[in-house]
Design a protein around this ligand. Structure first.
Ligand SMILES: [Cu+2]
Length: 407
């Protein structure tokens, strides 16, 4: 967790240096100068102060991550997590990031999107020698730009990112004239973990079968809980192998920034789906003025489901009853999939045998039954009253505002 005392001190000092009147305003209002980001299912990296330098520590190491109850993944991460903890600082800060390598092979870290001295850019072989197992290296630079950035290895890069080494790097402006009430961070990722196994397969290049937000699949992804009327920012990164069109129901948002910086107000796009290309970040912002439970998900429909068997014959529309009866005589418990659509296979588990450590293809239950989702899906919960850290449960639709059966 963030070290609250250092956090307040450094933010106040930054504001005092920048602008005396904003310092006094800030003190009078009792605020800290910026709204800290929240990384659902993750954490913000604590730091220590060495004089004026914010000192962060990252340990690259093999980890275990529970994608959802019933599935444990043997991945690589930072400080026990994938994605690694979110680094959060203020424009103009001098940061020192101590990186310890506890992996079985060398690594480096590249600070994606940040403008910094060439020797701090982290490309193994180009900007530095690799960080060998057991070594700790220091990266130190002044953070020049505010924005939404990322960090990831630039050594054996395809493998190290395929198994989970990545994180977000958030820089707040020194004086924030577009402060929001809630500031969330999501890092989607995609994985190839064959049913019945525990380790991502780094030889798979494009045919992924598990899709996470912050290292979790629905329904294990925490909802985003906000109060009615709040201004909300969502920062989305992407270090996977595909773009992710992230769609929010019930709202239109403005795309306010990329990893290249804030977009001038006159050039912002109103959208309901923001495509986040590979190697990019997008900030979107909206006023949460509509209470409810609003779906927030990747719009590639195979990214909102979990692994299924591949190489199966297409049975959609086929009459399989006789075939299934005959097959069951040969292979007790066998079943054919997808002749009437796939929905019958949501959250089934019980009537369909799955390999160990394998999640249902579609799962999750809402107030009206099965959601038939998985992967990159969560819910924005907007309520008039919320309590910190408390999931408010399902939304109660006001009478007369629900879809209904008419015959
Ligand atoms: Cu996607």
């Amino acid at each position: 967790m963030l070290d609250r005392r250092n956090f307040l001190f450094s933010t106040g000092a930054a504001l005092a240096a920048a602008n005396v009147s904003s310092w006094s305003t800030t003190m009078r209002e009792g605020t800290s100068g910026f709204t800290p980001v929240v990384t659902p299912n993750g954490s913000t990296l604590a730091y220590e102060l060495d004089g004026d330098v914010k000192v962060f520590r990252l340990v690259a190491e093999p980890i275990e991550r529970e994608f959802a109850p019933g599935m444990l993944v043997r991945a690589w991460g930072y400080n026990g997590e994938t994605p690694g903890p979110t680094i959060e600082c203020v424009q103009g800060d001098r940061v020192r990031i101590l990186v310890t390598n506890r992996l079985p092979e060398h690594t480096t870290i590249h600070w994606h999107g940040l403008r910094l001295p060439n020797g701090m850019d982290g490309v193994g072989g180009l900007n530095q020698a690799p960080i060998r197992p057991g070594e700790t290296w220091a990266y130190e630079f002044v953070v020049r730009d505010a924005g939404t950035f990322m960090y990831h290895p630039h050594a054996d890069e395809m493998l190290q990112m395929a198994v989970g080494l990545m994180g977000m790097f958030i820089v707040h402006p020194r004086v924030d004239d577009e402060r929001v009430d809630r500031d969330f961070v999501l890092l989607p990722h995609e994985w190839a973990i064959h049913p019945g196994t525990y380790r991502p397969d780094p030889t798979v290049m494009t045919d992924f079968n598990l899709f996470t937000f912050n290292g979790k699949v629905f329904p294990a992804i925490e909802p985003l809980v906000v109060r009615t009327g709040e201004r909300v920012r969502l920062r989305i990164g992407n270090l996977s192998m595909d773009s992710h069109p992230i769609h929010l129901h019930g709202y239109s948002f403005d795309v306010t920034a990329t990893d290249g910086g804030r977009i001038p107000k006159s050039a912002r796009w109103p959208q309901t789906t923001v495509n986040v290309p590979v190697g990019s970040t997008r900030d979107v912002e909206w006023i949460a003025d509509a209470p409810g439970d609003w779906a927030l998900h990747c719009h590639k429909s195979h990214h909102t489901m979990n692994a299924m068997g591949h190489g199966l014959p297409n049975l959609l529309g086929a009459d399989v009853q006789d075939l299934e009866a005959r097959l069951k005589r040969l292979v007790p418990g066998a079943m054919l999939m997808g002749s009437d659509g796939m929905a019958a296979h949501a959250a089934h588990g019980e009537h369909m045998q799955r390999p160990p450590n394998t999640l249902p293809m579609m799962t999750g239950t809402g107030p009206y039954g099965s959601l038939e989702m998985g992967g990159m899906f969560t819910v924005l919960k907007v309520r008039d009253e919320i309590a910190p850290g408390v999931d408010p449960g399902w939304y109660e639709q006001p009478p007369g505002t629900s879809a209904r059966r008419v015959e």
